[in-house]
Ligand binder design. Sequence first.
Ligand code: SF4
Length: 680
Amino acid sequence: MTYTHCPYCSLQCGMRLTGRRTPQVAEWPEFPVNRGALCRKGWSAAGLYGGRERLTTPLVRDRATGELSPVSWDEALDLVAGRLVALRAERGPDSVAVFGGGGLTNEKAYQLGKLARVALGTSQIDYNGRWCMSSAASAGLRAFGLDRGLPFPLADVEQADVVVLVGSNLAETMPPAARHLDALRARGGRVVVVDPRRTPTAERADVVVQPVPGSDLALALGVLHLLVAGGLVDEEYVAARTTGWADVRESVAGWWPERVERVTGVPADEVRALADRLGGAPKVVVLTARGAEQHSTGSDTVLAWINVALALGMPGTPGAGYGCLTGQGNGQGGREHGQKADQLPGYRMIDDPAAREHVAGVWGVDPDSLPGKGRSAYELLDALGQPDGPSALLVFGSNIVVSAPRATHVTQRLESLDLLVVADMVLSETAALADVVLPVTQWAEETGTMTNLEGRVVLRQQAITPPAGVRSDLEVIAALASRLGSAGVFSTDPEAVFAELGRASAGGKADYAGITYDRIRDEHGVFWPCPDAAHPGTPRMFLDSFAHPDGRARFLAVEHRGPAEVPCDDYPVHLTTGRVLAQYQSGAQTRRVRDLPDTGPFVELHPMLAGRIGAVDGEPVTVTTRRGTMTAPARVVATIRPDTVFVPFHWVGANRLTNDALDPASRMPEFKVCAAAVSA
Ligand code: SF4
């Protein structure tokens, strides 16, 4: 019997696994985050094992036949290292790039950043978490001085009087978390959902607001306008705990409800009712998720909602505040330990001389040898194979072909590389393009830590014996570093890597120095920052001060700009994308679990739109944008706006359509809205 955590989303539900060869999932009722509850994906997680598609030997593409053929580990690693060394000699260290994932353990994310900076000497490293929470991270850093998705335990939302979910379909993406909404309503609290689709989360809400995709920012400006006009701003809190209010107050002066209605499609009276509800509630929690964040204006949209929360006096107040619901399993930890283009471990910035000196000291290298800031995820992929871009890419924990925006273009970039190396457990769509595929362990076959959406560091413990022939990512990284002649020491023991990560993070914003595997086991996880062994960890942040040097939060004025693409004669509707209950991210894992229904992609549209184009439920419809086209069965539902279509992104297709317009601050692509044409 092993106590561990689900392989999927950021809730990181606790579970027990029995059986060394064919694991069975059982409840872990004492783990506080989910109290034994799991969603369908969690209950069926053992189905990840035993599939015939599991890779157990390295594969190398034969240049003559174009086929992938089995080789030994030594052959594969020697080939990869040899070609990387040759490329570096010919074109410099930035000719090699690394792409990580928000599902990797903290240990892997840390070691991947070290591989890039120390063994490869490249600045070209980023990860798919850039496409997940980066807009909220950017906004949180600017407003609060620190980015931790939820600055309080998730259960605290039960204490609020009103919870506002902006762009979150929590009831479908992480169902065990929805019990907190039910508990809040049972004691008289209210739930507000802001989403263009009437999702299963909206079904549990008291108020549902359905703005036009890409207009959440304008809605927040309108709410703040009304809070000011109604004298509902907590002036005492604003004066004591914030700066920048005067500018923000002035910036919302022109956002009267009728103007908000014109921009968002939300009736002015609904905007007024929402502002009254928030202004009259003693405790409000505002939560954003991908629906608000995956836009070219995502950072500003989050800042606009943070401004609302600050004006109400909520952040840093027990049972109230602002938070981001992270998505990927290690969406939080993945952005703290160095696989992001601009960061070093501990949420340190790579252009900070003191940070470079500290981390270089832990790594035993000269600070001047560390490269600087690299390209963000999409910009990195867009540069592949280009005259000034990388010629080789190492991919760990990511299925780029399915998850990248403007995916056809990105796939062409991958195909133009001199060398594509993918470490994965199955032949994902991205691995199928690779020159070298490295079969690696996953989830219950290995040990490592994850940091859940609350900033709680949890321990996934090895429960089963991996199949013969596979290696852990840590072993692959160490083997490559050794072949590259790296000066750094690359342990393959997760606990030793975690201890080193703790030293590298010491004194940083995300300080893990006081966290150990034993403490995590004993305490049901430990919240960062936790700077030393005697420190209890920090479940609730900002109670006394924010993380800026003056201890105050920042109001930051933002303006509505709208999406990069708006409907026109040729592309008359909005396209938005998202998830469904039975699948997770690119589906590389969940599409292979027999007990999870694989419906394939579909196009959700309103009966009015279906009638106009002659679409019939279950029959094919084609969606076209300026970047691509896809055809899938129609799902005709009255729960979506008539001017919007929705496509889930777990299958190849949806991201052929999406827009690569980037947020200027977070470099988040605009996954959540673009202009589209739809035909039967
Ligand atoms: Fe929990 Fe998320 Fe796993 Fe479902 S997918 S069991 S909500 S961690």
